[in-house]
Design a protein around this ligand. Structure first.
Ligand code: NI
Ligand code: MN
Length: 228
């Protein structure tokens, strides 16, 4: 079955397959790129890469309103539980949480992470198998060589969501090397143009990736959907 990847702006995406809607990094309120209102979202699952506000966003409100199943790193999951969210899984790096439609695996990322409430953790990337399509949301990360190990441990990555904005993450030049390491079928650039310090040239990134790797780059404007 096809997976619809709905870009909500910044690093927020929805992955939809059948009755499953996985919402990743639901920074909607205060996101100048946001394509929706937080109150419009009806996810069945919410996954978090790390605690920074531009990823954590509206997770508490959305999870409480919808009863969605939440997956976040151990310490963040604990904090969310204390805030009254009931269905929370708390894996750590290397851990996989399995559902009837697939699974999510917590993998390392090179960045920092503190939640709006002060919980300090490392950040993560997320490998998500939804209905047989393998999606890698890199989270916020710098370029690091173990991206190769993460991506080559299992099946080929179908879609990689790669930050390209620089300043807080890898820039579009390092991101080309990240794509070489990950070797995905399709790349969707994220985490750019949301604010002046992370403005970049996504079309130039696309040209570089498509001339230097076998991956195709799909540039989504906030609100647009790609079917994989
Ligand atoms: Ni961050
Ligand atoms: Mn970020």
């Amino acid at each position: 079955m096809a997976v619809d990847i709905h870009f909500l702006g910044h690093a927020a995406v929805e992955l939809k397959a059948g009755d499953t809607t996985v919402l990743v990094d639901p920074f909607i309120t205060g996101n100048p790129q946001a394509a929706v209102e937080a109150s419009e979202l009806e996810p069945t699952h919410i996954f978090l890469t790390h605690g920074h506000q531009d990823h954590y966003g509206d997770i508490v409100e959305i999870a409480k309103r919808t009863g969605a199943t939440v997956v976040a790193l151990t310490e963040i999951a604990g904090e969310l539980g204390e805030q009254g969210i009931e269905n929370v899984f708390n894996p750590n790096f290397g851990g996989t949480v399995t559902f009837d439609w697939g699974w999510v695996k917590m993998v390392p990322a090179w960045h920092t992470s503190t939640t709006p409430n002060g919980t300090v953790t490392p950040p993560a990337g997320l490998l998500i198998n939804i209905d047989g399509t393998l999606v890698y949301h890199l989270g916020d990360t710098a370029l690091f060589s173990d991206l190769q190990l993460i991506a080559r441990r299992g099946d080929k990555i179908d879609v990689a969501l790669v930050p390209i904005g620089g300043h807080f993450t890898m820039d579009r030049y390092d991101a080309v090397t990240a794509v070489e390491f990950i070797n995905p079928g399709t790349v969707i650039p994220v985490h750019y143009d949301t604010m002046p310090v992370i403005e970049t040239d996504a079309e130039a990134f696309k040209a570089d990736v498509e001339s230097q790797t076998s991956a195709q780059v799909v540039i989504l404007a906030p609100g647009e959907t790609h079917s994989a």
